[in-house]
Design a protein around this ligand. Sequence first.
Ligand SMILES: Nc1nc2c(ncn2[C@@H]2O[C@H](COP(=O)(O)OP(=O)(O)OP(=O)(O)O)[C@@H](O)[C@H]2O)c(=O)[nH]1
Ligand SMILES: [Mg+2]
Length: 372
Amino acid sequence: MAADDYKPEWSDPDNPDLCSSVVRKGEPIEGQESSLQKNSRFTKRNVQEPAIEELFNGVRNGNRGLLARAITLIESNAQHHFQKAQDLLQKLLPYSGNSIRIGITGVPGAGKSTFIEAYGNYLCSKGLKVAVLAIDPSSSISGGSILGDKTRMERLARNPRAFIRPSPSAGKLGGVHRKTRETMLVCEAAGFDVILIETVGVGQSEVIIRDMVDFFMLLVLTGAGDELQGMKKGIMELADAVIVHKADGDNKPRAEKTRHEYKRILHFLQPATKGWETKAYTCSSFTGEGISEIWEMIKNFEETGKDSGVFGERRKAQAREWLYALITDQLHYHFYHHPEIKNLLPKLENEVIAGDQTVASAVDILFKQFHF
Ligand SMILES: Nc1nc2c(ncn2[C@@H]2O[C@H](COP(=O)(O)OP(=O)(O)OP(=O)(O)O)[C@@H](O)[C@H]2O)c(=O)[nH]1
Ligand SMILES: [Mg+2]
């Protein structure tokens, strides 16, 4: 061993000879950069956060990089980003509101992402700019749907008229709600004409999305006999259109039959939008059949809704709902983060479980302690 060599720290200090490895002191290289230093991937970049003005101009000028960074700022959970994000939104707000907001739901595998790929490209080919926001509260568990969507929306992802943004799935649904809504406003200020929001129809997410879109469509599959029985009436009553998807090849006649079944059922249900009859359609994202009809139908929906005032009324009602949803969120947050409450709650919980305290009196005690 040379004078400067030593045994690695993971060798056994009592039996150093059992370990044959030695650590040799490195020699600095004079005059030239090592490949690690040269490779920019390994150098620490000083990433400066763009100022609000820069983000605002970037969004308004359709600069994708800055649009993405504006959305990242809005999605941030960091407390110190909150004010900046809200200041930016406040500036962008007057330029928002000019798109048609479409929510798309359906069970996993219904073909939502594939439909968005086909539909989004169709809309782009008509000269429209399309933003896609994908919400998937389940993907924090499955972990991979964003990657899947990238491949399913490959062509759309490369389309210069389209912008795809997977929503952060982690965290509670309320948080996803706020961020998706605000992201939607930013995309509108960036000049997107159509916003498509994909959500898996397995829980409360479709109710939340219904509250932020103008038009809500449900993608279903054939062989719906059983599915129809099991399907919650509730979700069908949220829909402005039921699309029997994958109506291609051998499946086409079955899709037509399924469409009739849905038509019959829809007849008995309350329509989701006043003055609009929710109908069933068939479509295939593989052949493109039915895609243009769906766009015509949505344009018709927008036109009749704007004429009757239903469209504008819904947006106002949604803004009001959103206000109260955020107030509830804040109250919830402040209540559970209040030091006295954090302290008292476990004790009261035990007392309630043990039957030593009534629930109402426990709540009363907690709220007497709750003050800002
Ligand atoms: N035959 C046929 N198959 C389709 C069509 N659209 C989608 N598929 C297939 O259906 C499967 C599911 O499609 P996705 O687009 O991933 O479905 P999804 O509803 O987005 O699924 P999740 O995001 O997991 O909820 C894929 O294997 C697609 O190839 C269609 O129009 N016709
Ligand atoms: Mg999908």
